[in-house]
Design a binder for this molecule. Structure first.
Ligand code: F6P
Length: 357
């Protein structure tokens, strides 16, 4: 059997991108004549024909290596149909590269935006397989994305580290967790790190309720309070704003991020000393955790199987711990958010964690 496959990693990086590509290529080891083309910096490489041939040696020793050996970049989906500064039709250019290399299929590792472009290329007639990458775990159609559990370990560790210093000083601490518009990572890190208050975009907060939770703790003799705040956390008032008014507010925003606004208000209302920690991109860095190495290997092998079956146009997902092919037509463009009725939220509330609602 002869196969020519393309690989690209697009959007924000995360742990286990390399582990997943390794899973795909090692999973194709029974293919006698395998050619693998790695496109540099995501869709950019496909658009501008920047690629290199990869051999099995490139995929050895990368199971534990963070980042991506072929590079990544953000190429917004909404600009894919817009010609570049030199008037180049990006979609036509991507198709041209694909056909020039006579690819049997293109394996695309990425998050939501990347998936939308993958679906566009499928609609344009290319053989596509998508693999769900992101620390946000916000891809519809898969229970888990690779990167999430590795980032969770880092965000949890940040909260763990804050505990001792918070206790010594008797301060209020905010740990801001990534996740874009979704609160999964914050919810899990908050629970795992024993945060007292968790603020996520799916449950708009009332600052007065947040402050009364802090005051309640002080009254109960607790010296400190730790908040896990999602970078996309939103107040009840802001959640009521129209898209246009909210955009305006964001444009005039004087704070570096939402945590600074929350901190200022907490300080004003409670008089407590507040400190902020933003682990930021450390959450996407370093080596993948063991869970992600296993998940990536399974997803990669699942992609290899789909290639051998010549079954394209799917995301390789994990559902109820089974590898599944989910048609891109069914999942692209949909966001998986945290339901406020989720059992995990219920359990958190039951043990006394406040969501500021
Ligand atoms: O989607 C992954 C993510 O890390 C989000 O959690 C975050 O909002 C965003 O990417 C940050 O993007 P960038 O690396 O482009 O600043």
């Amino acid at each position: 059997m002869k196969k020519r496959i393309g690989l690209l990693t697009s959007g924000g990086d995360c742990q286990a991108l390399n582990a997943t590509m390794r899973g795909v290529v090692k999973g194709l080891s029974s293919v006698e004549d395998l050619e693998v083309y790695g496109f540099e910096d995501g869709y950019k490489g496909l658009i501008y024909g920047k690629y290199r041939m990869l051999t099995s040696r490139d995929f050895s020793g990368i199971l534990t290596q963070g980042g991506t050996i072929i590079g990544t970049s953000r190429q917004p989906f909404k600009l894919m149909r817009v010609p570049d500064e030199k008037g180049l039709d990006k979609v036509a250019a991507m198709k041209q590269t694909y056909y020039k290399l006579c690819l049997d299929c293109l394996v695309i590792l990425g998050g939501n935006g990347t998936q939308k472009t993958a679906n566009l290329l499928r609609e344009e007639g290319l053989n596509i397989i998508h693999l769900p990458k992101t620390i946000d775990n916000d891809i519809f159609g898969t229970d888990m994305t690779f990167g999430f559990n590795s980032a969770l370990a880092i965000a949890t560790n940040a909260i763990d580290q804050i505990h001792t210093t918070a206790a010594s000083h008797g301060r209020v601490f905010i740990v801001e967790v990534m996740g874009h518009k979704v609160g999964s990572l914050t919810l899990y890190a908050g629970l795992a790190g024993g945060a007292d208050i968790i603020l996520i975009p799916e449950i708009p907060y009332d600052i007065k309720k947040v402050c009364s939770a802090i005051k309640g703790r002080t009254k109960a003799g607790k010296r400190f309070t730790i908040l896990a705040v999602a970078e996309g956390a939103i107040s009840k008032e802001d959640a009521k704003l129209s898209k246009k008014d909210f955009k305006k507010k964001v444009e005039q925003y004087k704070y570096p991020s939402v945590s600074y606004e929350i901190a200022e208000k907490i300080q004003e209302i409670t008089g407590c000393e507040v400190r902020i920690t933003v682990p930021g991109h450390t959450q996407r860095g370093g080596e993948p955790c063991p869970y992600d190495r296993v998940l990536s290997t399974r997803l990669g092998a699942g992609a290899a199987e789909a290639i051998m079956d010549e079954d394209y146009g799917n995301m390789i997902a994990i559902v109820n711990n089974k590898i599944k092919r989910v048609p891109l037509a069914e999942c692209a463009g949909k966001l998986k958010t945290v339901s406020p009725k989720d059992q995990t939220i219920k359990a958190a509330k039951q043990i006394g964690i406040s969501f500021g609602d």
